[in-house]
Design a protein around this ligand. Structure first.
Ligand code: HPA
Length: 285
């Protein structure tokens, strides 16, 4: 028996059709906003929003800091589709359900996806408020079997066995580094580890994640990037470091979702500047 809810191509198409009825323009760039990062939509010009609840098969969201609105408009000369808020596996959805919006963006015409998240720092040189360009990920949840491409392959979108050797586009990363340097935005680079949550990690788990090569840890992103790469999208990933993951049981600090949302307020202006700069330098399709 399986608890997977696996959307069909017809369901993805039905969602895309409803969105097409609301917006005349075809988006080329998709942006997924992490916890507390919704304010980034304020820089989108001529924006129109459609609540996820009005789009068939889109997940409805239950977590503070995730509005659950698809915002379409213009940013730095590009027609963008912004997923303001994401569903998480820990909310009870299947991996296939939480990644459905990204696959729908592909059907709408999106070829470049910018994914953001709030993440805990594993790398001891990172501080809350910092940005980390994601150069690669470890999908612990996917490796353990909860994989967003489990089930019949949607051949119309991509291959059964997609390559993930360059999941985070090298040219987009080079561009992001250049923009960060030009605009004095401090930007680390590192490996993102995806865990299921919703509990934060124990200190032993934090030390383990560091040992396996992680620089930041969070509860999202890797599944979305996997379906994006399956469908041939170019991906840029940026983590906003919201907290330092606690690696000793003797630490007097604790981690909370409130802390994650508070730091997002510092992260959003930097992230907005970086994304706007990257899009400004990207050729229009
Ligand atoms: N761990 C897991 N997910 C997170 C964290 C963390 O420390 N911070 C923000 N999302």
């Amino acid at each position: 028996m399986t608890t997977d809810h696996i959307p069909t191509l017809e369901q993805l198409q039905a969602a895309a059709e409803v969105i097409n009825q609301h917006f005349a323009q075809m988006p080329q760039v998709g942006i997924v906003l992490g916890s507390g990062m919704g304010a980034l939509t304020e820089v989108v010009a001529d924006r129109h929003g459609i609540p996820y609840g009005d789009i068939p098969h889109f997940p409805t969201l239950t977590i503070p800091g995730h509005a659950g609105v698809l915002v379409m408009g213009n940013l730095a000369g590009h027609c963008v589709a912004v997923l303001q808020g994401r569903a998480h596996y820990y909310e009870g959805y299947s991996m296939q359900q939480i990644t459905l919006p990204v696959r729908v963006l592909r059907l709408l015409g999106v070829h470049t996806l910018i994914v953001t998240n709030a993440a805990g720092a594993l790398n001891p040189t990172f501080n809350p408020g910092d940005l980390m360009l994601i150069c690669d990920h470890i999908n612990l949840v996917g490796m353990a079997g909860a994989h967003p491409l489990r089930g019949p392959n949607l051949d119309a979108l991509g291959p059964r066995f997609p390559d993930m050797s360059q999941a985070y586009d090298p040219a987009l990363r080079t561009l992001a580094r250049r923009i960060a340097q030009e605009r004095d935005i401090p930007l680390h680079e590192g490996v993102y580890v995806c865990v299921a949550g919703p509990s934060f990690e124990t200190p032993a788990e934090v030390r383990f994640l560091r040992l396996i090569g992680g620089d930041a840890v969070g509860m999202s992103t890797a599944p979305e990037v996997t379906v994006a790469r399956h469908a041939g999208m170019r991906v840029l990933g940026v983590s906003g470091i919201s907290n330092v993951a606690i690696d000793q049981p003797t630490s007097e600090r604790i981690t909370s979702h409130d802390e994650v949302l508070e730091t997002a307020e510092i992260i959003v202006p930097r992230l907005t500047e970086l994304i706007r700069g990257v899009l400004g330098a990207l050729p229009r399709a």
